[in-house]
Design a protein around this ligand. Structure first.
Ligand SMILES: [Zn+2]
Length: 270
């Protein structure tokens, strides 16, 4: 029997996937995908995320303003976000801190992040966090501010191993993407061996974070650029990657991933 699959973080609303959506949803059905959390990143894509949630019962929507897009936000982004959160059970994401992107503005990023974090705390909603090169600061903020009781996700966790325990204490879950299967990502793979089993989740981040060739079950090209992109149905191969990494049977990996997903996102599942 094929395992029940849960994709903790993707962007099914993204333009490169739009033309292929019907085929993707069929393939996800065949692969045994039960739920996926589809993350918005800016005001412009929130309506598409909401539409997907209405179209497919597999979709758990999340609405958030990503640190890459803070400069483009409109004057009423906060009320637009709350409006979307009020339409359907939804999480908050993708939000975070990023000191890798060119021209980043930390004070703006932090203000936007903290407001969304506070909304999640007030409403007890799971949050999907993106963090690049700002791990120390993120931990500091999360230690100062109360967070949602249900917990939160550090998507595609690339932070230091030493930070796992303090983050676990605050309610963190850690999701691994197929991108870390690339040969050079030794440190990230090692880090994931230290994540407590009851805090480990699995994601594609599709159409981003393309895994290496041997974990691409579903090749897909971006119609616009002709470049390979990550097909959401690669989730089944990423489960296999995690099983291999942890030297565990795939059935056990899948059972734990389901329990963890239920604990973090169960409040949003009908
Ligand atoms: Zn993402």
């Amino acid at each position: 029997m094929s395992p029940r699959l849960f994709d903790t973080h993707n962007h099914l609303q993204d333009a490169p996937l739009t033309a292929h959506r019907a085929v993707i949803l069929e393939e996800l059905d065949r692969q045994g995908l039960v739920k996926m959390v589809v993350n918005g990143t800016q005001e412009q894509d929130w309506p598409a995320v909401l539409a997907l949630a209405r179209q497919s019962s597999k979709v758990i929507p999340a609405f958030g303003l990503h640190p890459w897009y803070v400069a483009q936000r409109s004057a009423n982004w906060q009320s637009t976000l709350l409006h979307h959160l009020d339409q359907t059970p939804a999480g908050i994401g993708e939000i975070g801190l990023d000191r890798w992107i060119e021209g980043y503005d930390s004070p703006q990023q932090e203000a936007v992040f903290l407001w969304q974090w506070q909304m999640a705390t007030e409403r007890n909603l799971p949050v999907s966090i993106h963090c690049l090169r700002a791990w120390g600061r993120l931990l500091e903020l999360l230690q100062q501010e109360p967070g949602p009781r249900c917990g939160f996700l550090l998507h595609s966790y690339g932070g230091p191993q030493e930070m796992i325990q303090p983050l676990v204490k605050l309610g963190a879950y850690f999701s691994i993407s197929g991108y870390f299967a690339h040969e050079r990502k030794t440190r990230q793979r090692e880090t994931f061996r230290h994540v407590p089993p009851d805090r480990l989740l699995i994601e594609t981040d599709a159409p981003d974070m393309l895994p290496p060739q041997n974990y691409i079950g579903f090749p897909l090209l971006d119609d616009a650029s002709g470049k390979p992109i990550n097909h959401p149905a690669n989730i089944s191969a990423i489960y296999r990657f995690v099983a291999e990494l942890l030297h565990e049977p795939i059935a056990l990996v899948a059972q734990r991933a389901e329990e963890n997903f239920q604990r973090l996102f169960g409040g949003l599942m009908q």
